[in-house]
Write a protein that binds this ligand. Structure first.
Ligand code: THG
Length: 273
């Protein structure tokens, strides 16, 4: 599993305040901690007004890159903000995201093609996420027509089938799992990427719900997750899941993590008393 660290997101209150106050220490700290916890990319989302987003994104990028060499995942729907950000990054970034929306395809895809970026493709084309896996796949097929036409190889595309909360639709995770399997079957070279936390919005014990969904989404074929890399229980669950699915030869990663004390308390040997 590849991990995109989600913490530098201006829709979070603390990050919004840090951006507004130009609190560099707070942002640097988020970057360093996620890098230390093994993030493969760091998502950077300014989440600010479109007039400010470009400048705020550049400020964030500069700070993050002073702290770590982990490549960035530029999280914006704004082609102008993305274009100036792509010019500033040291490592080839991931672009988060395109969708089936013609404006985003026309304005963002050329940047992705030119700079050789990976790109997250949301399985939606308007404001609303399609209800069924079939309707999401119809969008995904149109996106691949466009990425192939632009010369972006399938293995640079990270399809995000999207998940909505179970609190308002009990089938929502099932729809997403069906979409993941359909993407894997139809576009075997492509990746599947998901932000997990929407699944539990409005529910209690969200971390438990997110971890459970992580297991199922991984089994269905998700290979990239947008999560908090500092969530030790989530990482432990991930290590166990990959081993159980046969993706950890000789159980090396799992046993090494155990010896390093990285598996969460309570998941070790049973208490003898
Ligand atoms: N797909 C793609 N990109 C995405 C998402 C996705 N980018 C944004 C988001 N979803 C993933 N990132 C985050 C970042 C932070 C939090 C959740 C998702 C988060 N949420 C806290 C919570 O849920 O309790 C509350 C916010 C806070 O801390 O203030 O931390 O799906 N392609």
């Amino acid at each position: 599993m590849k991990i995109i660290g989600e913490k530098i997101n201006g829709t979070r209150k603390k990050v919004a305040a840090a951006i507004a106050e130009r609190d560099a220490t707070f942002i640097r700290d988020l970057a360093r901690r996620q890098a230390e916890n093994g993030a493969d990319w760091l998502d950077v989302n300014a989440g600010t007004h479109p007039d400010r987003e470009g400048d705020d994104l550049l400020w964030l990028i500069e700070l993050v890159q002073e702290e770590t060499d982990v490549p960035l995942c530029l999280d914006s729907a704004n082609p102008r903000a993305l274009e100036s950000a792509i010019g500033k990054v040291k490592e080839t970034p991931m672009v988060n995201s395109i969708s089936g929306e013609p404006d985003r395809l026309n304005n963002i895809l050329p940047l992705v093609a030119e700079h050789g970026c990976g790109v997250i493709a949301l399985a939606m084309d308007g404001k609303k996420i399609p209800d069924s896996a079939g309707d999401r796949m119809a969008v995904v097929r149109r996106i691949f027509e466009a990425t192939r036409e632009a010369g972006v190889a399938d293995d640079r595309v990270y399809v995000d089938p999207l998940v909505m909360t179970l609190a308002t639709n009990i089938e929502s995770a099932n729809v997403t799992l069906d979409a993941i399997r359909a993407v894997r079957a139809e576009f075997p070279e492509a990746h599947v990427c998901l932000g997990l936390s929407n699944v539990s919005f409005g529910l209690p014990a969200r971390a438990l719900v997110n971890r459970t969904f992580l297991v199922l989404a991984t089994a269905a074929g998700m290979d990239t997750a947008i999560v908090d890399p500092g969530d030790a229980r989530l990482r432990a669950t991930l290590l166990a899941t990959e081993m159980v699915l046969g993706r950890d030869r000789h159980c090396l990663n799992f046993t090494r993590a155990y010896r390093q004390g990285l598996l969460a308390p309570g998941d070790g040997p049973p208490d003898k008393k």
